[in-house]
Design a protein around this ligand. Structure first.
Ligand SMILES: [Zn+2]
Ligand SMILES: [Zn+2]
Length: 240
């Protein structure tokens, strides 16, 4: 069966995202858009993932996915998806937080980094500035995600900044990726031609920083069932 997805969404915990992109509003918007899968992928944090899952319980047709958009030491954005909330939080606490640049956020300059519960109650603000590159390279980060049972893929490879191709100019021998992501589906034919990619393994996500930018049911994945294990095992099979 085909299931609609958007696997790259930012909440109000990302400084560059709108403050009203709360976990509850994002889950609501994903449901309105009739997505089967929606992943919360804030910059260098999974701090609102638990609330996003809680909020998604209100929307029976929606499968929430625990994620993070990590900025690696090469300044490549990597979408990291996990089997569940626990693994995502372990990744942040064990792998990312220790190597985040110890710079405090300046909310007036960069935007607030708001942690919310599933009812839009502010729980606090993340003090570490979440945007700078973390001190972990692409290969180590990808291995750490996979060690937790997750899957990682390079984000928006068609963008001129923070994309794997804009930084490296080519795909490295390692890590080997199955899935890759584009920001604009119309760039797929060009990327397929230039980099010999399999168009079936290219994801088109919104990278929404505002509620209105969450994708509609435009892009689909073929899966036996709408579950996170099925999703992750598809991505695993793509790199076999
Ligand atoms: Zn990005
Ligand atoms: Zn993003």
């Amino acid at each position: 069966m085909r299931f609609a997805y958007d696997l790259h969404l930012h909440s109000c915990l990302s400084p560059c995202a709108d403050d009203d992109a709360t976990p509850a509003n994002l889950a609501g918007m994903a449901a309105v858009q009739e997505l089967a899968f929606a992943a919360l992928t804030d910059h260098n944090t999974c701090g609102n993932v638990r609330s996003f899952f809680e909020a998604a319980k209100e929307h029976p047709g929606l499968v929430p996915v625990a994620g993070m958009e990590l900025c690696t030491s090469e300044e490549i954005h990597l979408v990291c998806l996990f089997p569940g909330v626990e693994e995502a939080e372990r990744f942040e606490e064990g792998t990312v937080r220790p190597v985040r640049v110890p710079v405090k956020n300046d909310p007036a300059r960069f935007g607030r980094q708001i942690k919310m519960d599933a009812e839009d109650t502010v729980l606090g603000e993340e003090e570490d500035w979440l945007i700078p590159a973390a001190g972990i390279d692409l290969e180590s980060a990808t291995e750490a995600v996979r060690a937790l049972g997750g899957e990682a893929f390079p984000a928006h490879i068609d963008r001129p900044s923070y994309g794997l191709l804009s930084v490296l100019g080519m795909f490295p021998a390692r890590p080997r990726f199955g899935a890759v992501e584009v920001a604009k589906a119309e760039n797929i034919p060009r990327l397929v031609a230039e980099h010999a990619l399999d168009p079936a393994k290219i994801l088109a996500d919104s990278d929404a920083h505002r509620l209105m930018d969450v994708n509609g049911a435009e892009h689909f994945l073929d899966l036996p069932e709408p579950t996170v294990p099925a999703l992750l095992s598809l991505f695993r099979s793509w790199r076999a």
